[in-house]
Design a protein around this ligand. Structure first.
Ligand code: UT7
Length: 320
């Protein structure tokens, strides 16, 4: 049995927060933010929208596009670093309840911006082992709830949103996920973290931006080189290169080092900012809805985030 990527959906919160919002509140400029990050605006969830609400909205679309019923889903995995509740219940349980699904396994994954790729590989393992048939994977973040808006070096980077996908069992090898590789290195934990988490105190994200930037470029590039070489793939075998959307300069540096053409690169960071685990599925949804992603297209995903964690995936889009 193989695992195939059957559908994509996303939820984009309505409120648009432009660079001007930050200019009005701190010592920064539209020029600095645009030049250093490529971000013009990001989306912000409303006060009464939680991460599970964003994930639920994205999931409904993915389920509909996969042309399955909620009863067909036998596993839900939600990747998030901004869960509704700190410890329990998991955001996946809350999404399951909103979808009206009970009595199946539902769990969260904490792998920061690499969360969606980790969820994808977990889904693949459950399907290939024969244990599950239709897995709903979600990347959902309300990062505005953990961003420190007094820290001008990080706060303008992040936004809210969610993406979801259905990964299903198939006997058709042409639809199968080709390969996924996930890694972690806890020795670099202090580059990106939310310190001092307690049940009583809110905790904000901290990042050593410049150091993280350099490691991100290096790791994302070598990660792609490894998965491409291992699977005998050449650049022309890739229809869409869909990297984590952290910073346009990172995407450009990695894309240039790997010699991908502009038509192959997917860039959404200008309008959504960095949405951590939601960034890759939101980008996939973007190209799907604009008609750039078609059935059978080969996708290359590449993610990097706090932990540190990183991962890449080679897979055809098997949706309609
Ligand atoms: O998603 C997970 C992984 N995340 C990432 O990969 C993000 C990686 N990091 C980055 O995207 C970039 O490092 C940032 C966008 C966060 C910062 O860009 P940078 O080119 O690394 O800038 P920097 O930290 O070296 O700071 C350059 C200057 C500093 O001033 P001095 O020391 O040169 O006088 C900062 O104080 O820019 C200053 N600065 C700002 N100026 C205006 C920092 N933040 C701002 C700001 N507005 N918002």
């Amino acid at each position: 049995m193989y695992a195939s990527f059957k559908s994509i959906g996303a939820y984009i919160p309505k409120e648009i927060r432009t660079n001007q919002w930050f200019v009005d509140r701190m010592d920064t400029s539209d020029e600095w933010i645009t030049k250093r990050t490529g971000i013009s605006e990001r989306r912000i969830a409303s006060e009464n929208e939680n991460t599970s609400d964003l994930g639920y909205e994205a999931s409904k679309i993915a389920i509909k596009r996969a042309q399955i019923n909620v009863e067909d889903i036998d596993l839900i995995i939600c990747a998030t670093i901004s869960p509704d509740y700190l410890c329990m219940p998991s955001t996946a349980c809350l999404i399951a309840e909103k979808l009206g699904i009970r009595n199946i396994m539902a769990l969260d994954i904490s792998a920061a911006c690499t969360g969606f790729v980790y969820a994808l590989q977990t889904a693949q393992a459950f399907i290939q082992s024969g244990m599950k048939k239709n897995v709903l994977i979600i990347g959902a973040e309300k990062l505005s709830s953990i961003v420190d808006y007094s820290d001008r070096t990080t706060c303008m980077l992040f936004g809210d949103g969610a993406g979801a996908a259905i990964i299903s069992a198939t006997e058709d090898k042409s639809e199968a996920i080709v390969d996924i590789q996930c890694s972690a290195d806890g020795s670099l934990q202090d580059l990106l973290l939310t310190p001092g988490i307690t049940s009583a105190e809110p905790s904000f994200m901290q990042m050593k931006g410049n150091e993280t930037f350099k490691i991100a470029v290096r790791t994302l590039t070598s990660d792609v080189q490894k998965i491409m070489e291992k699977n005998n793939f050449k650049n022309e075998d890739i229809d869409l290169f869909i990297p984590h959307q952290a910073n346009y300069r990172i995407i450009k540096a990695v894309g240039d080092a790997l010699k991908f053409e502009d038509e192959q690169k997917v860039v959404t960071v200008a309008k959504y900012g960095n949405t951590s685990s939601a960034s890759i599925p939101m980008a996939i949804n973007d190209v799907y809805e604009s008609g750039r992603l078609k059935s059978g297209d080969m996708m290359l995903l590449d993610a990097f985030g706090g932990g540190l964690t990183w991962g890449s995936a080679l897979l055809p889009f098997s949706g309609k």
